[in-house]
Design a protein around this ligand. Structure first.
Ligand code: PLP
Length: 472
């Protein structure tokens, strides 16, 4: 049935639709979601961010020579990030739409420089630990590089520098290390890798870049202070508390930064110069990022990181005290991965996927991370991921009690068994509330089967033919 869109509607009506859809989202503020959102717990920052966005809504970041406000903003954000991440006067960079774009651009720059000596069609490699963010796999996919994935130690969650360096050779365009990695929150051996790689090294500090500088107690350098680190990414829309759509990528040299650009005059239109992947670019998030950082200053950031750290420490201590659960490795920063403690009897073990479902029923959303078989055959455990933010501190007692109660509820229960018939059900009826069986199935099926299924499930959500699509 087609919908009549010929007549316009009163704006309040339209806005009411938006509000009703938003009301069905989980709460983005208040600390009940422990991934995706980064709530500083400061309504004043939300307010300044939304005013900044509004002011910059009509601006096109495509051309900072026309809209000079964009150059003002971007150069200031790059300078701020350079100071925080210990760059020097040869450190330059760009503001991008997010971590994925920052990472992909770092790969693009490294690939193009590698090709200047190896030929314009040669295919380089990208060396990364298995815990590196999928943005790098995406970069390799888009940009024609081969990924060489290095296993991490399942106990610590980090790779050894020796294992990383063993994969480096003349085909390596870039080595990636994380500070910290998303799945387990541990910092890779940045200095050891960078000291001996002899090829460009990118530090993915998308999540750590705006939090580790004030974390405290980190003895080993992990940013541009490390000689040999050639680029770094740090997301403003994570611990810079900007609205989604802002990240920074920095390069140790102007040449590396320039290799990120695309320019062409091969059309009869205006001369094209794109620093990033986008053409026309919204700059609302960039303006908001700058405004939020100005309001906070580094002392304000340090204060927010202090709350985040206190909440993280409380959480780690609490989880370590729950029978049947353990924290993976020794995380540095605001990310915690909770796995089953296999050292206790089966009757005392707690399955992370069952835990997540039980915790969700009690009002908190954790993120399920499936187990993974590494290239060397070792297995990384399935885990429940928690990203701690400043606002987590206001609910940490409740969260800890909820984790303990949920663990009591599912302790000793066998993990959900994979159900290959589930794919058909999910495709026709959508995802169930309880995800344990879905995640167990994902984990068990081969990647060649799972990947197209994931695409289908997600694509179906935006298909005009989807179930329940009504109204205009
Ligand atoms: C979030 C994240 C990314 C990707 O960032 P997006 O903003 O989601 O595109 C890359 N690396 C790490 C470590 C991250 O946490």
């Amino acid at each position: 049935m087609s919908i009549d869109r010929s007549t316009g509607r009163p704006a309040p009506d339209v806005l009411a639709d938006l509000a009703s859809w938003r009301a069905a989202d989980p709460p983005t503020h208040g600390g009940r979601i422990l991934s995706y959102v980064y709530d500083p717990g400061r309504p004043d920052l939300d307010e300044v961010a939304s005013q900044a966005v509004r002011m910059f809504l009509p601006v096109n970041g495509l051309d900072p020579t026309t809209f000079t406000s964009v150059a003002e903003l971007e150069s200031r954000l790059v300078a701020f990030a350079r100071d925080v991440l210990h760059g020097d006067e040869d450190t330059v960079g760009s503001v991008t739409s997010g971590g994925t774009e920052s990472c992909m651009l770092a790969v693009k720059s490294a690939r193009d420089l590698w090709r200047t000596t190896n030929g314009p069609t040669a295919r380089p490699t990208l060396v990364l630990p298995t815990t590196a963010h999928p943005a790098f796999h995406k970069a390799a996919h888009y940009l024609d590089l081969d990924v060489l994935a290095v296993p991490v130690d399942p106990r610590t969650g980090a790779p050894t520098a020796t294992d990383v360096l063993a994969r480096v050779d003349e085909r390596t365009a870039l080595v990636v290390v994380s500070a910290p990695s998303y799945p387990f929150g541990v910092i890779d051996p940045v200095a050891e890798v960078a000291a001996s790689a002899g090829v460009p090294v990118h530090v993915d500090a998308c999540i750590g870049g705006w939090v580790l500088p004030w974390w405290g107690g980190i003895e080993r350098p992990w940013d541009l202070a490390v000689p040999g680190v050639t680029s770094i990414s740090a997301d403003l829309h994570k611990f810079g508390f900007a609205p989604k759509g802002a990240s920074v990528v920095l390069y140790r040299s102007r040449e590396r930064h320039r290799a990120q650009y695309f320019a062409t005059t091969a059309w009869p239109g205006y001369p094209v110069v794109n620093p990033t992947m986008l053409g026309s670019r919204g700059v609302g998030s960039m303006a908001a990022a700058w405004a939020v950082l100005q309001v906070l200053g580094t002392s304000g950031l340090a204060e927010l990181v202090g709350s985040t750290r206190a909440a993280t420490d409380a959480l780690v201590t609490a989880v370590s005290g729950v029978v049947g659960l353990r924290v993976v490795g020794d995380p540095t920063g605001p990310l915690v991965a909770v796995a089953t403690d296999e050292s206790v009897a089966a009757a005392d073990r707690v399955d992370p996927f069952l835990l997540i479902d039980e915790v969700r029923r009690r009002g908190f959303l954790l993120q399920a991370q499936p187990a993974m078989v590494q290239p060397d055959g070792s297995v990384l455990p399935r885990t429940a991921h928690l990203t701690v933010t400043p606002v987590t501190g206001t609910v940490v007692a409740d969260l800890v009690a909820t984790l303990a109660a949920a663990a009591d509820e599912v302790r000793g229960l066998p993990p959900a068994a994979p159900d290959p018939s589930l794919a058909a059900t999910v495709l026709s009826e959508g995802l169930p509330d309880d995800l344990a069986v879905v995640m167990a199935t994902l984990e068990a099926l081969p990647a060649e089967l799972v990947q197209p299924l994931l695409v289908e499930v997600l694509a179906a959500t935006v298909d005009p033919a989807r179930e329940g699509l009504s109204g205009r």
